[in-house]
Design a binder for this molecule. Structure first.
Ligand SMILES: C[S@@+](CC[C@H](N)C(=O)[O-])C[C@H]1O[C@@H](n2cnc3c(N)ncnc32)[C@H](O)[C@@H]1O
Length: 251
């Protein structure tokens, strides 16, 4: 039997191809169910994780905030509602349907301080050193060129500004890890497929988390890009990681 025959008989996981058109198409296809599934599958914790990310930015008064991979704008809306009252929040994403839902939420909430724009994380539509803070919620692992996107965030941040990045992780406590991975890899994809009617998106989620940079490697990437200091917080036992980096004032 040839090696090809062996590999073709194994069950195939979801494709991890990060081609921008494929990723945007996948999120557009699930956009109408995205928020509801987020709430359900995270047991409502996603709101708390986003609040913790905004708190970690230590926003100056009148801040300009950029939310990269904004999707339906939940993190941008959380930033706009923060007690520090940012002057302006711009959310950028390349998935038109996700942004359309975000626009609907902004209109319903009467939030005029938030704008949404279509764009790629690897070519941000912002001037150098023009924003006080950058956020990314559960988007960075989907970006085709992670180092390029991190370099773009560094470019657009003012010296002294912070980036806060939320991304899924895997708990390390042995018993909790086994239970969580059973839920994340077996239960979540089934519920996601059933409710979103998309065959792949919710199998792609755990697969893309496992394939993403380890917390140590991602922290190292933030440091190599120039962020200092870089901190890492494990939220909810490591189900989610919050990375915070500061762009130094002197280069
Ligand atoms: C899991 S959703 C997260 C949405 C939102 N940040 C949240 O907290 O719910 C990931 C989003 O990243 C977007 N995305 C992925 N790669 C991107 C890229 N290179 N440029 C812009 N958006 C991207 C997708 O279109 C999708 O809307």
């Amino acid at each position: 039997m040839t090696a090809d025959a062996v590999s073709s008989s194994e069950p195939r996981g979801p494709s991890l191809d990060k081609d921008p058109r494929r990723i945007a198409g996948m999120f557009d296809a699930i956009a109408h169910r995205y928020d509801r599934l987020n709430r359900l599958l995270s047991l409502g914790l996603d709101r708390r994780w986003r609040r913790q990310a905004i708190d970690a930015l230590d926003l100056p008064p009148d801040a300009r905030v950029l939310d990269v991979c904004t999707g339906t704008a939940d993190l941008a809306i959380a930033a706009a509602g923060h007690p520090s009252r940012p002057r302006a929040v711009l959310g950028v994403d390349f998935a038109a349907e996700m942004l359309a839902l975000g626009h609907g939420k902004l209109a319903a909430a009467g939030l005029s301080s938030v704008e949404l724009a279509r764009g790629d994380a690897c070519r941000l539509p912002c001037q150098p050193a023009s924003v006080d803070a950058v956020t990314v919620g559960f988007g960075i692992r989907n970006v085709s060129d992670t180092p390029a996107a991190i370099a773009e965030m560094f470019r657009v941040l003012k010296p002294g500004g912070r980036v806060a990045i939320l991304e899924f992780g895997e708990p390390s406590l042995p018993l909790l890890r086994s239970i969580y991975l059973w839920y994340f890899r077996r239960v979540l994809p089934r519920i996601g497929r059933l409710l979103s009617k998309h065959t792949e998106a919710y199998a792609y989620l755990p697969a893309s988390v496992s394939a993403f940079l380890t917390p140590d490697a991602f922290t190292a990437l933030l440091r190599v890009t120039g962020f200092r200091p870089v901190s890492v917080d494990r939220l909810t036992f490591g189900v989610v990681y919050l990375y915070v980096g500061r762009k130094p004032t002197e280069s």
